[in-house]
Design a protein around this ligand. Structure first.
Ligand code: AMP
Length: 507
């Protein structure tokens, strides 16, 4: 967290109730973005701010927004209750976080300012009831907000005064562009707007033209990612594709990467390949497949997208494939070391990709001379003993096995779709057929590979690797539930775990 030496919160002209809430949160000084953005926002300026998660950006827009709402309520005759603030975020989880932060800041004026989150899990009837009350601020994802605007359960044309688009670049990469554009047609001609984004790419520039009027752009001189004391960033050169698999296997199996790990690959096919590969060694992982939520969009448009980001305490990001752009690197790396937690990013790079890695390094180090991506001190020779097992596992993961694994997941998604539940109730035979097909074993798992014999462990690590715990055999009724849970690290993602439970992500 970068703090500034200049103006404190108390000199910004904020309402004493807001200042009290800030004090309660234990914030002694504004962060850099808060110091710059709040006074400009209070002057009524539109803002385009490059701000990453962890910079204090939420309060940077929430405090001026709350001040504006309090001003409205304090002046003139009793103003009609109306939705005056709209906060758009790319995922349900971010909607929840933003709502919580705004409510914490509005703690001493909760009667005057109400904040609703339309992307929360409640059913649409409950949401409609909340919106009927015309909360002062509505937070949500573009699709949810657009849905309510189209059904006229939410009206903004005559009342909106402040629009916030948070994580604007992610909104685009999650495919919300069309929704966003349609949504803008429901807004009044004039309103104040803030656009917050980790990167100011072309999409964000285009959005800027659409929503902002003569904005002040804040490109603060803070780094886009936390410093080395919080986030360690390494590169490791792998001579071949096979070396990448070998290294990953060794890192996870030797517990050199601990806690929850996110593995990024560049195609969906590769994410399944990796999952099946790890499965051979009894390393549980799951794939975040962007294809699946699209299929169940009708029931819950944000669910899948949220799965892509809803991770707490991710301790490691592994770029199994080099990110396609430097910006993508920043986004991937930003999944770890959140909110003062430590994190590590390890990027695998092939010799032919060195110049591409150079571009990432350039973006990260900026003007500075000090390299950000340090070489990972690891001697590949030490894990040569694993190569035979690695090769064996790679061979088992055939194209056919990958296809079957993808199909199996789609089937599971269908089985669990809320929307289809009623259909299956009426057509039990279809459900039977689908169930009957389920137990595909895409690649044969070899239980003996789950164990690492001592002779394979590099000498320096011998004695440090714990043997796998012996588990009591569960009763048949709970076996199935347990199996699903064990295979899906997402289910336990909010808990800090000791064992690596990687998630393979196509970017
Ligand atoms: P954000 O960038 O909005 O996601 O905020 C990241 C974290 O910083 C949150 O946990 C906030 O509670 C915290 N935070 C925001 N502003 C300050 C501040 N001025 N001083 C200390 N912590 C802050």
């Amino acid at each position: 967290m970068e703090e500034s030496d200049a103006l404190g919160f108390e000199h910004m002209g904020l309402d004493p109730r807001l200042l009290q809430a800030v004090t309660d949160l234990g914030w002694s000084r504004p962060t850099l973005i808060q110091e710059k953005a709040i006074p400009l926002a209070l002057e009524g300026k539109d803002l385009l701010a490059r701000a990453r998660t962890g910079s204090g950006k939420t309060a940077a827009y929430a405090l001026p927004m709350l001040q504006l709402l309090l001003d409205r309520k304090a002046t003139g005759p009793v103003a009609e209750q109306a939705v005056r603030g709209l906060v758009l975020v790319p995922t349900k989880e971010l909607a929840r976080q933003a709502q919580t932060m705004i409510q914490q800041l509005a703690k001493y004026c909760a009667r005057d300012v109400r904040v609703a989150n339309v992307s929360a899990a409640e059913d649409s009837a409950a949401q409609r009831a909340v919106l009927m009350e015309k909360p002062d601020v509505v937070v949500g994802t573009p699709s949810r907000i657009l849905g309510h605007l189209q059904q006229e359960t939410l009206r903004l044309r005559d009342s909106l005064e402040l629009l916030v688009v948070d994580e604007a670049d992610l909104l685009f990469s999650f495919g919300f562009e069309e929704e966003l554009k349609s949504l803008l047609c429901h807004l009044p001609r004039i309103y104040q707007a803030f656009l917050m984004s980790a990167t100011l790419n072309e999409d964000v520039q285009a959005l800027k033209e659409l929503v902002l009027h003569n904005p002040v752009t804040l490109k603060l001189q803070e780094s886009q990612l936390p410093g080395p004391e919080q986030l360690q960033q390494f590169q490791v050169v792998c001579e071949t594709e096979e070396d990448k698999f070998l290294l990953l296997y060794a890192l996870l199996k030797l517990s050199l990467v601990r806690g929850k790990a996110l593995l990024f690959v560049n195609t969906l096919e590769r994410s399944y390949r990796l999952r099946l590969f790890l499965e051979q060694f009894s390393i549980p992982s799951c794939v975040l497949n962007g294809e699946l939520p699209l299929r169940s969009r009708a029931s819950d448009p944000e669910a899948g997208v949220a799965r892509g980001i809803d991770f707490h305490h991710v301790s490691a990001v592994l770029n199994f494939d080099l990110p396609p752009t430097p910006e993508a690197y920043v986004h991937r790396a930003g999944r770890t070391a959140r909110a003062n937690n430590p994190g590590i990013v390890l990027t695998f790079v092939l010799p032919t990709e060195q110049s591409h890695l150079g571009k990432i390094e350039e973006l990260l180090s900026g003007e500075g001379e000090i390299p950000v991506l340090l070489p990972y001190q690891f001697r590949m020779e030490e894990i040569e003993g694993f190569r035979y097992r690695c090769r064996d596992a790679m061979h088992s993961v055939t194209k056919q096995a990958i296809r079957e694994a993808r199909l199996k997941e789609i089937k599971e998604e269908l089985l669990h779709s809320e929307k289809l539940k009623t259909y299956f109730e009426d057509n039990p035979r279809d459900l039977q057929l689908l169930r009957h097909d389920l137990p595909l074993h895409p690649a044969v798992v070899k239980p003996h590979l789950g164990h690492v014999p001592d002779y394979l462990v590099p000498p320096a690590l011998r004695g440090l690797i714990r043997p796998p715990k012996k588990r009591k055999k569960p009763s048949s009724s709970c076996r199935k539930a347990k199996k699903v849970k064990a295979q899906n690290p997402l289910r336990s993602f909010s808990h800090r775990g000791k064992k690596p439970k990687p998630t393979a992500l196509p970017s």
